[in-house]
Design a protein around this ligand. Structure first.
Ligand code: M6R
Length: 615
């Protein structure tokens, strides 16, 4: 949801900034722009569309030599994605430039005031007001760019992470953070600012996480961080534990293909270090004591999109293993009802990015009601872990493709670990029962690998369905969220109408959609769950009798489905609760290949952004 880069050093800033934007393009690709300070002058360039349009425009002009600059890649909120609305935005003098991630909620009032005072605003954006407010502050002698930014921030409402340069203060880049992420990269004689460490990982792996409502002044050899009042701020320094190769395609055509292929390793990494030699689980970062976990009497999971589907699966595991009632709620809906929360409610917030505003607002609401909050997150240094009582990192490594793949599987592993840990602490399962399940979890990387090795027929199938208009997905029990996830992947990547249904609900309405030749993907539960299994085999026959083309995902050795499957996709036999780890993979491959067959960019599907930092 907009990517920001800032640089102060001795290298040509334009190269550093454009290279950084390329790594942040997953955050938004409606437009891109840069600003570079050279010899006391401000050069800006911006273009609607993907970064390539900006690169082409820059190639036509002599490159500026300045070593201080910043850039932006946009996911449009206010104003259409045009050149005019692309960031950076400048003040009336053309010497101050601003890039922004978020939404300034009081921009209309500020804009009216500024216009009244004679400013000319050229764009439809909320961002531009900041450049003009800074112009006034600096004209009135605010005492340097950082102080002017602090003063302006105190007047802004909403979510605003800003980076600012001023041609009259040519050795400085200033950033401010409220809500949307901003990380400092600390180099040798150079420093960086970015929405995500991926932007500067080729230069440094030493980072400082900015906290809420902080302003950073970046010079070549100095980083000064304060709160909005100018008081020195507490910050967290950390070392990034992955390198630049993790943020590159590594020979794959797309990040999505690479990330699908990385799933066995990602699942293994999520388990790493969490299973003791005695078979007991240790979840060190939880920061919620065993005593407190024993007091919990209800769990509510909040999340969005794919993470919400992981939450739906978690509910089955938590209720089964830990014997606790568990509700799952779309984070965007949570605080608009009156959820009953007490000190003995555990809220689990699942978010890959740790920056999804809907999820963060749900967390804040839960904490205001005194509930304990546990985050499940992939991005170290993001906002979610800071705002939760405890956190479990998924350790999937950077996920650049907008469609969540490896982070979904690792979220599942994380929630299985939480459910088993609760069972261990609360004594709802014997130690050896927990250990047996943990040992099965440890075999999952190899099982996921086996699924990946057999995906060619799935790719062929996907190519053959590229001209279809609609695909339905059915499942029962944990197969139902898998069906929802399959449908979401197909919508976002192939822009096709796709719906996931609980197979038992079919007869209550959706069966009217079935017509001759309609592709319907059915996730069949393991035979060990005989009742569920047999019911879904009946559902397959019901839809086939009405002309559906059945694409059946079933475990190895399940021959009962053979007569009713137009296409049969095999996955390894695993316990029911773990089946989503193997059954989701063919659906990811299916959507990815179908979208590629349609000529879509699977890493950057239209209208989307990787992290959604607005409500
Ligand atoms: O970063 P988060 O996990 O909080 O993101 C939540 C959703 O925006 C995300 O899962 C989205 O649905 C994915 N693009 C789906 O592939």
């Amino acid at each position: 949801m907009c990517g920001i880069v800032g640089y102060v050093g001795s290298k040509p800033a334009l190269n550093v900034v454009v290279e950084g934007l390329a790594r942040l393009e997953y955050r938004g690709y409606d437009s891109a722009g840069v600003a570079v300070l050279t010899d006391g002058a401000l050069m800006t360039a911006k273009r609607a569309g993907k970064l390539v349009n900006l690169r082409n425009a820059l190639d036509e002009e002599p490159a500026p030599e300045g070593t201080v600059g910043m850039g932006h890649t946009r996911w449009a909120t206010h104003g259409p994605p045009t050149d005019r609305n692309a960031h950076p935005h400048v003040d009336c003098t053309g010497r101050i430039a601003v890039v922004h991630n978020g939404i300034i909620e009081n921009f209309a009032a500020l804009r009216a005031e500024l216009t009244e005072r004679g400013h000319r605003l050229d764009s439809d954006t909320d961002t531009e007001v900041v450049a003009h407010l800074l112009e006034e502050e600096l004209r009135d002698g605010a005492g340097g760019l950082a102080e002017a930014v602090r003063r302006v921030c105190r007047r802004l409402e909403g979510a605003f992470t800003l980076v600012v340069v001023n041609a009259d203060d040519p050795d400085v880049v200033v950033g401010a953070r409220r809500n949307s992420p901003l990380v400092v990269g600390v180099g040798e004689g150079e420093n960086f600012l970015a929405s995500d460490v991926a932007a500067f990982i080729a230069h440094t792996r030493d980072a400082i996480e900015l906290g809420q409502d902080q302003v950073v002044e970046l010079r070549r050899d100095k980083v000064t961080i304060t709160d909005f009042q100018g008081r020195p701020a507490e910050v967290r320094e950390y070392h990034v534990d992955w390198d630049v190769t993790a943020a590159e395609k590594g020979g794959y055509d797309s990040f999505m293909l690479k990330e699908i292929a990385e799933q066995p390793r990602a699942v293994a990494d999520t388990l790493l270090g969490r299973i003791g030699t005695d078979g007991r689980l240790t979840l060190d970062e939880m920061r919620i004591s065993d005593e407190q976990l024993r007091e919990i009497d209800k769990i509510i999971i909040v999340a969005c999109g794919t993470a919400y589907h992981a939450g739906l699966i978690a509910k089955y595991a938590i209720e089964h293993w830990a014997g606790l009632p568990c509700e799952v709620e779309l984070a965007s809906e949570f605080r608009y009802r009156d959820p009953i929360l007490t000190r003995t409610t555990l809220v689990i917030a699942i978010s890959q990015s740790g920056e999804t505003m809907d999820t963060l607002m749900a967390v804040r609401h839960a904490r205001e009601q005194r509930a304990r909050v546990l985050g499940v997150c992939n991005v170290n240094g993001s906002t979610l872990p800071r705002e939760c009582d405890g956190v479990l990192y998924t350790h999937a490594g950077p996920e650049v493709g907008v469609a969540a793949t490896k982070t979904f599987l690792t979220q599942l592993v994380a929630v299985y670990l939480i459910a088993l840990y609760l069972a261990q602490v609360r004594g709802t399962k014997w130690g050896d029962e927990v250990f047996a399940m943990v040992q099965l979890l440890a075999t999952m990387p190899e099982k996921v690998e086996r699924v990946l090795e057999t995906m060619e027929p799935v790719r062929e199938l996907a190519r053959s369905l590229a001209d279809e208009r609609c695909v339905l997905f059915l499942g029962r029990h944990v197969g139902y969220p898998v069906a929802l996830e399959g449908a979401l992947k197909l919508k976002e990547l192939a822009y096709m109408h796709a719906e996931g249904f609980a197979a038992g609900e079919l007869k209550h309405g959706p069966i009217a959609l079935i017509e001759e030749g309609l592709p319907v993907v059915v996730v069949v539960p393991p035979r060990a769950r005989a009742v569920l299994h047999d019911k879904i085999v009946s559902n397959i026959q019901e839809i086939r009798a009405r002309g559906a083309r059945t694409i059946v995902i079933a475990e190895d050795g399940d021959d009962s489905v053979v007569p009713f499957s137009d296409t049969l996709i095999r996955v390894p036999a695993v316990p029911t609760l773990l089946q989503p780890l193997v059954a989701t993979v063919p659906l990811q491959v299916f959507s990815c290949e179908l979208a590629r067959a349609k000529g879509h960019d699977v890493d950057q599907p239209r209208n989307l952004a990787k992290s959604v930092t607005v409500e």
